[in-house]
Design a protein around this ligand. Structure first.
Ligand SMILES: [Zn+2]
Length: 364
C-alpha cells in the first residue's frame, strides 16, 4: 500500500477511465467475453496494463486505470516459463495480467511471488492453478491464513469507500445533463462497480512455497534471487533481485512515493533499506509508482522514516494521544523528495497508531 489519499487515487483511476472510454470501442469487450474461465470483476475495456520493458524478458506491468489493480507486477521470463511478482487486488486483476501477458510471451506463468501479504499484492492468488507455485515469506503465508490480508485496516481504508463512491457516481449520473459528462461518469461507474465485484470475489490464498531468508531460481540463464532483507513494510517483505541485469523488484519496502506504514516495523525499516543499498543494482521496480534508477530514493525514504520515527517518539514521550500525534506530525521537511506532502499530518493515520503500538511494547 502506498500512503496516498484515496480520493486522489480514485481521481487518477477516473481520469484513466475517461481516456480509455474515448479510445476504445465495444469490440475489445466482446473479445474478452469470448475468453473462458474469467472470474468476477473482469468487465473492463482492455488493456488493463502497460508492460514497460526494462530489459530483454523483464517488464514492469503498471495498471492503466481501466481496471482497478492497485499494485504493479514485475514480469521475469526464464527459458521455459515466467515468474510474476504480485497478483494485485482481486482475481480479476490477476486474470487480466495473465491474459494480456499472452501478447508479450507465449511462455506460461509458473511462479508467482507475493512481495508481502497485503491485499493489493496477494488477492489475485486464487486464479492460479496447481501448475503454479506461489512463493512468499513464511510470515506472509501465516498472515494470509490468519485472515490478516482481508480483515485489515488498510483494505478498509483503501477499498471500504467503494460502495459510497458508487452511490455518489450514481447520483451524479442522474443529475448530469450533458451527454459527454454522462459518458465520463458512466465509465467511472463501470470501473468502480467492477472493482467492487472483483474485490467481493476474493478468497485469500496463501503461498504454496515459503522462504525465511533466501531462495534462488535458475531458469536457463536467468538467475532470480528472492531475498528477505529484514523487517520493514511488514515482517515478511521479499525483494526479487536479478544480479546479472542489476534490477530489483522491491514490493512496498521501497516505492516511488511514500509507503503505507500501518504494519511497519520501526526503526528496523531504516536498517533494512541500508541492507538493500548494499545490493548491486541500477533499476528499481516498485510495487507502486513508476520504475526508477539509482539509489537516491533509498536515502529519501530513510530520511522520511527517521523523521517520522523521531517525531513519533517525542509525541509518545510527551503523552500526546496517537490520533492527535497523527494530525500534528510534520513531515514537510521531506516535501523536496515527496512533493505530495503539502501539510502537517499523516493519512491514513495507521502509521502513527503502529508507531505507538511499538513504543508501548505491544509489537514484538
Ligand atoms: Zn503493502
Amino acid at each position: 500500500m502506498t500512503r496516498q489519499r484515496p480520493l486522489l487515487l480514485l481521481l487518477v483511476v477516473f481520469l484513466g477511465a475517461g481516456a480509455m472510454a474515448l479510445g476504445r470501442g465495444p469490440s475489445a469487450v466482446a473479445d474478452q467475453a469470448a475468453t473462458a474461465g474469467r472470474p468476477p470483476g473482469t468487465s473492463y475495456k482492455s488493456p488493463a496494463f502497460t508492460f514497460n520493458k526494462i530489459t530483454e524478458g523483464v517488464y514492469h506491468a503498471v495498471g492503466t486505470g481501466s481496471l482497478v489493480v492497485m499494485s504493479n507486477a514485475t514480469i521475469i521470463e526464464g527459458d521455459r516459463d515466467v515468474l510474476v511478482v504480485d497478483s494485485h487486488v482481486s482475481p480479476g486483476g490477476a486474470w487480466a495480467l495473465r491474459e494480456e501477458l499472452k501478447a508479450i510471451t507465449p511462455k506460461p506463468i509458473r511462479w508467482v511471488v507475493n512481495s508481502h501479504y497485503h491485499f493489493d499484492h496477494s488477492h489475485g492468488n486464487q486464479i492460479y492453478g496447481p501448475e503454479v507455485e506461489i512463493i512468499g515469506h513464511e510470515f506472509a503465508r501465516q498472515q494470509i491464513l490468519a485472515g490478516k490480508s482481508i480483515n485489515s485496516p488498510a483494505l478498509q481504508f483503501y477499498v471500504g469507500g467503494v460502495p459510497a463512491a458508487i452511490k455518489g457516481l450514481e447520483g451524479r449520473l442522474a443529475a448530469a445533463t450533458d451527454d459527454k459528462e454522462r459518458a465520463t461518469i458512466q465509465a467511472q461507474l463501470d470501473i468502480q462497480r467492477n472493482h467492487l465485484e472483483g474485490t467481493n470475489a476474493v478468497k485469500p490464498t496463501p503461498p504454496t512455497m515459503t522462504l525465511d531468508h533466501t531462495m534462488t531460481l535458475h531458469r536457463g540463464s536467468r538467475e532470480i534471487r528472492l531475498l528477505f532483507l529484514g523487517r520493514g513494510h511488514t515482517a515478511g517483505d521479499v525483494v526479487v533481485y536479478l544480479p546479472k541485469e542489476r534490477i530489483v523488484a522491491t514490493g512496498d519496502l521501497l516505492v516511488e512515493a511514500t509507503s503505507y506504514m500501518g504494519d511497519a516495523y520501526f526503526p528496523e525499516w531504516d536498517q533494512t533499506i541500508e541492507t538493500l543499498k548494499q545490493l548491486d543494482f541500477d533499476t528499481v521496480l516498485p510495487g507502486h509508482g513508476r520504475a526508477f534508477t539509482g539509489k537516491a530514493k533509498l536515502d529519501h525514504w530513510q530520511a522520511y522514516l527517521r523523521d517520522f520515527w523521531a517525531q513519533a517518539q517525542k509525541f509518545h514521550k510527551a503523552g500526546v494521544a496517537w490520533e492527535e500525534a497523527a494530525k500534528q506530525v510534520d513531515l514537510r521537511g521531506n516535501a523536496v523528495n515527496y512533493p505530495g506532502i503539502r501539510s502537517a499530518g499523516i493519512t491514513p493515520n495507521h502509521g502513527m497508531r503502529r508507531a505507538y503500538e511499538i513504543l508501548d511494547g505491544k509489537i514484538k
